[in-house]
Design a protein around this ligand. Sequence first.
Ligand code: PMP
Length: 457
Amino acid sequence: MPELNQVSWQQLDASHHLHPFTDSRALQQKGARVIERGEGVYLWDSQGQRILDGMAGLWCVNLGYGRQELIEAAHQQLQQLPYYNLFFQTTHPPAARLAATLAGILPGNMQHVFFTGSGSECNDTVVRMVRHFWAQQGQPKRQVIISRKNAYHGSTLAGASLGGMKPMHAQGGLPLPDMVHIDQPYYFAEGQGMTPHEFGLERAGQLEQKILELGPERIAAFIGEPIQGAGGVIIPPASYWPEIQRICKKYDILLVVDEVICGFGRTGHWFASEYYGLEPDLLCMAKGITSGYIPLGAVAVGERVAHTLIAGGEFFHGYTYSGHPVACAVAQANIEVMQQEHIIERVHDDIGPYLQQRWASLASHPLVGETRGLGLVAALELVADKATQARYSESAGAGMICREHSLEMGLVMRAVGDTMIISPPLVITHQQVDELIDKARQTLDLTLSTLNNRQGK
Ligand code: PMP
């Protein structure tokens, strides 16, 4: 097919393509933005507009676009062995090598990994793995997995059920049985009347209440994102995770951390579990493992679970693309580049603090109720009244207005309700951070004047 112009791509797309998480009618009327090229932290659309990708794709293009090392690794592996499976007592060098490399960077005593094709598949794997584990331990009644409201763990049946997104549950009769949700540690929205410390303990304490309510003998695991990503970059108070860890240990409940967003340097550590001092039994990763160049996920398995799994006969679970050789080769190259270029140290000591300091300066804007962040992930809350921190009504659509203005300015920021979030590539430079902040500030100005105009102010 010859190269088409923008309108033709839009028409073709509208005629035949159903998009993920999209109101198709609305998109057909508007026409999709056509992204044609990426280089470093920038994208170019079909109108030739250059856009700073403040979200690294979907939180994944950690090394930025166009890295030759990753492209070359895929190319070489495609020539050597484009596919083979890992079933039937077989392995291949890219999978074996990557598993060992991951064991070298994982927190605590995690020495084994199970490969998947995505974050959602990781969480489906988790559900089957923890239940199989408890059955092997002679406690088959331990079926219940406790998660949080407004968590995101993917779109498959298990992922969406573990997640706590109400609109997702409403479509298709979810959650599945034995997946229950406690309140999230979202201080800005739900912490009124408490200090952050008290609030963190209160929210973690709900885990203990739920365990006692359902009976500890029925609880298999607790799952959480160290920092909730899709829910709005929700960074729990410092008191939260230690208390969750304590409760899990007290009742002998497996702790599963979903590091699909937080992993691979986002917080200035290989994994946010290090930042929070967590000792998870299972850890999910995807996205940044290949900088998003090719799909891959993995569940890291701590020694206790791994030991039982290894001794427990055949585990009837796996995917055609578990440990796909090309994906593993790209992940290996991705990790090696991160090590050679000291990306983790850079996020921890240099570009992370710089972004956070600059992002915090947006707090003075009349539209901003709070800024927060860690490493290279950050959020700000849009408010109608800075003094009371009251939000705009939902019908005002402040977040969506802000997102549209941001794109006009040539910056991708994402809106979660009225929370604006960023998660730029880890290779972003100081100058590009300055550009991001300038564009974000101008976006806020435009958003405020649009909101005022609409309200007749
Ligand atoms: N877990 C978390 C924490 C995520 O952020 C996501 C994706 N945003 C997923 C799981 C699902 O990953 P995928 O889209 O690769 O299935």
